[in-house]
Write a protein that binds this ligand. Structure first.
Ligand SMILES: Cc1ncc(COP(=O)(O)O)c(C=O)c1O
Length: 376
């Protein structure tokens, strides 16, 4: 790490593609019946898309630029049938789409989500070749980032929304849900699967069979010891899938954080040091407007570590911008450090660089990729 910091300078984000491949392999091993559509929003680096594509992943996108990013990076590979190609590889899983986006997407015959009648009418008008997936609102209790206040139809309205789509001449290919990101309460998945199964059954009874179940994201990254291992979640989810759904159902998921969170580290430099109210304050050349944006947007903390050894004391760490919100921690444990010393934070691959800004004229932190090819 130090060598890379010397070579490239700081701040620096290092993304390890072997860790991405390992996380993807772990996901597939634990959920063997589930195709993983990597949620590009977690980290949209094109090199990550390429690595995941090479090992068989598909992709969940949330905007036209994300769709094109994936499309452009994977289109060199032989499309069999254009429609299957897109559906096998990309789901557009943002329930609200500007009409211009729908118009641009229509030529790709995309798979898109909806959760209300207005969106359905828009899809019918501007992307009539789309296949649609109805997003259900499911319990998000105990997930770190809750999504159910913004997305998903009430399960009681679901069958009506399925029928409405078919009446408009659209085909409901699937149902989807999201239990909330960094889901620590695995019962959310159990309840969501049960809700989905009853909507699917009722739709089938009304003559409309639905082929795809999209179990969304939420698979927790092992940021700390309280996070239960993915095995425990897999046991529950796989048992419910076997119990509730027909054998020929296609199951997909949209893991973001689980695939990339542990694959990146950020290295930053101390650029200022002060003492206020009896506490040492360090200022580093990254911050919450940049790689540490997950502190604000993702309710995440990234413990800082020093390369220097020594007795630690409680200190405050701030970013380099002139906003007081740019506070990494008011209670970090670090040894006594000097200006130009380096610090680092692990597990910062998800929802970090992805939401970095140019605030105060500081550009997003440079990203370097290692182990891109499989030979090490
Ligand atoms: C629709 C959708 N799918 C997938 C994800 C990825 O979730 P996670 O990173 O928790 O796996 C998100 C995250 O917000 C999302 O909104």
């Amino acid at each position: 790490m130090l060598k890379m910091a010397r070579e490239y300078g700081t701040p620096l984000v290092v993304v390890d593609h072997q860790a991405i491949r390992d996380n993807y392999a772990a996901f597939r091993r634990h959920f063997p019946k589930v195709q993983a559509y990597y949620a590009v929003k977690a980290n949209p680096e094109p090199a990550i898309v390429r690595t995941l594509y090479r090992i068989g992943a598909s992709f969940d996108v949330a905007s036209l630029p994300e769709f094109m990013l994936v499309y452009e990076n994977i289109k060199a590979l032989p499309p069999k049938d254009q429609q299957d190609f897109i559906w096998d590889k990309i789901i557009y899983a943002n329930t609200t789409k500007p009409r211009e986006t729908l118009e641009a997407l229509d030529q790709y015959k995309p798979l898109v989500t909806y959760d209300n009648l207005n969106e359905l009418k828009k899809i019918r008008q501007f992307a009539p070749h789309a296949g649609v997936v109805l997003r259900l609102r499911v319990p998000n209790t105990g997930s770190v980032v809750e999504l159910s206040s913004k997305f998903g139809c009430d399960p009681a309205e679901a069958v009506d929304l399925v029928l409405a789509a078919f009446k408009m001449g659209l085909v409901v290919e699937g149902l989807s849900f999201h239990v909330g990101s960094q889901c620590m309460n695995f019962e959310n998945f159990v309840q969501a699967l049960n809700i989905s199964a009853s909507v699917m059954q009722e739709s089938k009874d009304r003559g409309y069979a639905i082929k795809i179940l999209d179990i969304g994201g939420g698979f927790p990254a092992p940021y700390h010891r309280d996070v239960q291992p993915i095995e425990a979640l897999a046991r529950k989810v796989n048992a419910e899938i076997d119990r509730l759904f027909p054998k020929d159902i296609q199951i997909i998921a949209e893991p973001g954080r689980f695939i990339v969170a542990t694959a990146a580290v950020v290295i930053a430099k101390i650029v200022g040091k002060a003492r206020r109210d009896g506490k040492t304050c360090y200022y580093i050349n990254d911050g919450v407007y940049h790689t540490f944006s997950g502190i604000v947007f993702d309710h995440c903390q990234y413990p800082l570590q020093a390369f220097k050894k020594g007795k630690t004391e409680v200190c405050a760490v701030f970013g380099q911008t002139c906003d007081a919100l740019d506070t990494l921690s008011l209670a970090e444990e670090l040894p006594d450090l000097e200006i130009d010393d380096l610090v680092f934070a692990e597990n910062i691959g998800a929802y970090s660089s992805a939401s970095a800004t140019w605030f105060n004229g500081f550009p997003p932190t440079r990203v370097v990729h290692i182990n891109e090819s499989e030979e090490r």
